[in-house]
Write a protein that binds this ligand. Structure first.
Ligand SMILES: N[C@@H](CCC[C@H](N)C(=O)O)C(=O)O
Length: 330
């Protein structure tokens, strides 16, 4: 039996497993099978595996609920950062992820006493091979139409380094089935995205304020996707709707975060994603080498009660500034 933590960043839910507590060296097949089973049992979006690193304080690997591995996860990295910070008594440090070593740190709370972390989202890649996205001879897709997708939309493709396609839309479009249809086709057999893609629709709310909803590769719609909110912030800078170096408010179905896009002269190298890292449950579970997994005990913490106040305040704000926007039930 091992202990684990159920957590969320903007209600994007994860179980954190510290591999030092596992008595054997797990295979990736076992990690994938545990993820599929435990995500169904706990209604979570993915598993975060924490292990030793020779390059950083610790390493984080992310598995989506369908068992596929993702190269990055922004909301998950905040949760992992808090777990490592409390385990090792550190406040500002690096975490190794699949393709990059990223800086994370505890920062001032955005609301109440909610533990808040800032995590680096990087690298920022625009070449279509990085996603990958096949679009004729095109090398990049930045604020451009793709006639075969939704007409009247301008799309941007970014890998941070997990793949995202983002478009600003009017509220009627985010309320429609357009995003689900498009994202489902991009994440099935298709001519463009051979490895699938995270698809985000963005609604402008006001000066420096946007709403982002993401259909995640390997999961489906989630309450929020950190790398998507970071990439969507960058898209607003590219579109001249916001400025680098200045925090932008991103609302989502699970609450809100702040992002800061860093770079100048059209070269953007990283984005800070700032938001909650909430531990909702202490779990006891069993994991076996052949991929079996079971939750034996789940004890709720009090943390979500405080987070809910913030989430409710965000919803209330959204109802006032954009009454037509239909929020997801969570
Ligand atoms: N929710 C995550 C992203 C998780 C991975 C994604 N589904 C993918 O496959 O790239 C985030 O907060 O960034």
């Amino acid at each position: 039996m091992i202990s684990a933590i159920q957590s969320h960043g903007s209600k994007n839910n994860f179980i954190i497993i510290d591999e030092k507590d596992i008595q054997f060296k797990p295979s990736d097949e076992a990690r994938a099978a545990w993820t599929k089973k435990l995500c169904v049992d706990t209604q979570t979006d993915g598993l975060l595996f924490i292990s030793e690193s020779v390059k950083a304080q610790a390493k984080m690997r992310v598995f989506n609920s369908d068992g596929s591995e993702a190269s990055m996860c922004g909301n998950g990295l905040r949760c992992a950062a808090r777990y490592i910070a409390e385990r090792d008594q550190v406040e500002s440090f690096e975490v190794e992820t699949m393709k990059a070593v990223l800086h994370v740190e505890q920062v001032d709370e955005l609301y109440g006493d909610i533990p808040t972390y800032s995590v680096e989202i990087s690298p920022v890649l625009f070449d279509l091979e990085s996603l990958p996205l096949k679009l004729g001879q095109k090398k990049q897709l930045i604020l451009e139409p793709v006639p075969e997708w939704e007409k009247d939309c301008l799309y941007t493709a970014i890998a941070v380094p997990n793949p995202h396609v983002i478009t600003n839309v009017p509220v009627e479009m985010i309320n429609s089935d357009s995003q689900e249809k498009l994202a489902t086709s991009f994440n099935s057999e298709n001519e463009w995205f051979t490895d699938g893609v995270n698809v985000s629709y963005v609604v402008e709310l006001g000066e420096g304020e946007f709403f982002v909803r993401t259909f995640e590769r390997g999961v489906g719609f989630t309450n929020a996707c950190g790398t998507a909110m970071s990439s969507s912030s960058l898209v607003q800078v590219l579109a001249g709707k916001w400025r680098p170096g200045v925090p932008i408010n991103i609302f989502n179905d699970g609450g809100r975060v702040k992002c800061v896009v860093h770079g100048e002269n059209d070269q953007y190298d990283h984005i800070d994603l700032i938001g909650n890292a909430t531990f909702t449950h202490h779990l006891e579970l069993t994991l076996s080498e052949n991929g079996e997994a079971a939750i034996l005990k789940s004890n709720e913490t009090n943390e979500d009660k405080i987070y809910e106040k913030m989430a409710e305040a965000s919803k209330e704000y959204l109802r006032n500034v954009q009454p037509e926007l239909k929020l997801r039930q969570n």
